[in-house]
Design a protein around this ligand. Sequence first.
Ligand code: PLP
Length: 390
Amino acid sequence: MPFEFARRLQTLPPYLFKELDRMRDEVRARGVDIIDLGVGDPDRPTPPHIIEALGRAAADPANHQYPAYSGLNVFRDAVAAWYGRRHGVRLQGARHVCSLIGSKEGIAHFPLAFLNPGEVALVPEPGYPVYHIGTLFAGGESHFMPLLEKNGFKPDYQAVGEEALKRARLIWVNYPNNPTGAAADLEFYTELVAWAKRRNIIVASDAAYSEMTWSDRPHPSILEVPGALDVAVEFNSLSKTYNMTGWRLGWAAGNEELIQGLGRVKSNVDSGVFQAVQLAGLAALEGDQEPVRAMGRLYRERRAVLTEGLRAAGLEAFPSEATFYVWVRLPAGLSSAEFSSRLLDEAGIVATPGNGFGPSGEGYARFALVQEVPRLREAAARLAKLKFKK
Ligand code: PLP
């Protein structure tokens, strides 16, 4: 049929993982036992008390009608209270928080509220692709900021040229970082907030992995910076923290106008999150946090097992105490695509080629720790036989 996609779809970057999926299916069809460390989707189930809360809330007819667009007040208040407990930040649910159908939804919609066609979003790369896609859908332009190992995978936003800066309305940052596993400290956020205020630029901080840190201190929130509420919004999610990727629940929290603008877009394109899911989310935030700590211990163990195998193969993992990703620098001369395809072909292991996250990811690969320890031991043993010696 002669239906052409709209130009906005035609200008989307090609789906770089498609080829890898095709290769994986081909290798699997040969009967190879595939160990898939590709997609960042927690393998363990959602803790039972959250599922039970969903069951109770789903049975209540009060939850069967359209939800409030910006979210149930009790959920928004629970998020505000979470910031108080976790970060010492005082927020009011109704003013500073909006429920999201997963943080991806909010990240994709946010530029529609604040970016005019021709205006610029500063976007980190390698990075989560949705910052750029949301910018494109809003008719904006992405100015990419490379995340380099020598800068601890932090963007050098001070180095962005004046031409782009003049049109920049928005900067995206993401820590703990996908795909590199890098974490940020309060100093980083403090400098960023001061710079953004001087420049009158909105800071959108994606903290989807904030609870996936294995050090004793919580990863800081940008909202801890005094005055952050003047310029910043933080996106967060229950997906990774509580093994709830399928449930679609997240939030945006921060500056009141930024929350209002996002809410205005949402009220025109969706009708909010099923209230029962929000009530289950409330149970997650306010319930026992031991399952989160237990997952943390497990990811740490998994990481140790995999990195040992990587080391035996002559590969170096970026040391990280955050996220469930292992970001690996490849030996000089070996491209991300070559590595991923060799790994699949010779070891039956799926890892994501780093250049899939942006050109500065070339020469790297990402492993997601989404298999149990015995499978990772098997992966490590297969890796050790490969020997990618420099
Ligand atoms: N932000 C980052 C950096 C991610 O990697 C992801 C998912 O992989 C998301 C946001 C979106 O998560 P969700 O929509 O499940 O909240």
